[in-house]
Design a protein around this ligand. Structure first.
Ligand code: AMP
Ligand code: MN
Ligand code: MN
Ligand code: MN
Length: 284
């Protein structure tokens, strides 16, 4: 039944390949009934996605995926049911947009130093008016023949220690949770199994997140391997956190999981939607 829900995906407003409208049409075709669009650090796609969802009979949930720096690592915090008109949220994302552009210029300069020219311009052309992300650099590098696919291009150029990687100081965990809560939203730790934290730091993160008013963690996601579903179900239970799920769909060729294929939450999880009146008629 859980494939009816998809609470994490991306459109062209960040680093997805489908416009918000086309993404919703795809979700509908795949049988999704409750959908959150969670673009990175931007809410510009929510209105169009909501209108399309209405046409397709999908329950739409406003979402966003905020980039955070915690203990020198990048984490992602999803905000569900945020108010996209919230002034503090909008101001924060405007700042991130500028910071991303500066980082992208530096990435382009670094890649030029190893003989790859025009990467900033190439990535920028792919991003258009949307925020610029490492995925746009990845697409440019693949399309210009510097790597064979999205997976290998990250490994070769775009992760820590590689020539196109630039460290960036995102907002703090405290700030992200506060922004989400102050705009009426529900903070959710995205794909916790993807961060190389070690046991102690993982438990510390859960503890801090809960203390700050965090509500849920993603247990089932396209970014987790199946054995991690049980592992994070246990962690959620231990910290009194609810469980969320989503495909983290970005588009064909750059996603681990298509929409509409997200497995059920493990037995015993409290779904993040358990008290959402609009989904009360759908099974958990
Ligand atoms: P950014 O927020 O600009 O640093 O870009 C991060 C995005 O790049 C993530 O949201 C993923 O979509 C993608 N990404 C990050 N690491 C990888 C990786 N190792 N393989 C494929 N995609 C990745
Ligand atoms: Mn992404
Ligand atoms: Mn993410
Ligand atoms: Mn994501």
């Amino acid at each position: 039944m859980a494939a009816l829900f998809d609470l994490h995906c991306h459109s062209t407003v960040s680093d997805g390949l489908l416009s918000p409208k086309d993404l919703v049409a795809y979700a509908a075709k795949q049988g999704v009934k409750v959908l959150a669009l969670t673009d990175h650090d931007d809410v510009a796609g929510l209105q169009a996605a909501r209108e399309a969802a209405c046409e397709h009979g999908i329950q739409f949930v406003n979402g966003v995926e905020i980039s955070v720096t915690w203990k020198k690592r990048t984490l992602h915090i999803v905000g569900l049911k945020i108010d996209p008109e919230n002034a503090a949220l909008k101001a924060a994302f405007e700042g991130v947009r500028k910071g991303r552009d500066l980082r992208a210029h530096e990435m382009g300069a670094d890649l030029a130093r190893i003989g790859i020219h025009g990467a900033y311009e190439g990535a920028k052309a792919l991003a258009g008016n949307s925020i610029i992300t490492r995925t746009h650099f990845a697409r440019f590098l693949v399309e210009s023949g510097h790597a064979k696919d999205n997976k290998s291009v990250f490994k070769k150029y775009l992760v820590k220690g590689k020539p196109g990687y630039k460290n960036y100081e995102w907002m703090s965990l405290e700030q992200a949770v506060k922004l989400i809560k102050d705009s009426g939203g529900i903070p959710v730790i995205a794909h916790p199994g993807r961060y190389d934290l070690g046991t102690i730091n993982m438990l510390l993160l859960m503890h801090q997140f809960k203390s700050l008013g965090g509500v849920a963690i993603e247990v089932v996601t396209g970014s987790h391997a199946p054995p991690q579903y049980q592992q994070f179900a246990k962690i959620a239970h231990r910290f009194g956190l609810k469980s969320s799920l989503g495909s983290d769909y970005h588009g064909t060729g750059i996603s681990y999981m298509p929409m509409g294929c997200v497995p059920d939450l493990p037995e015993g999880c409290v779904p993040v939607w358990d008290d959402w009146p609009e989904t009360a008629n759908l099974a958990n």
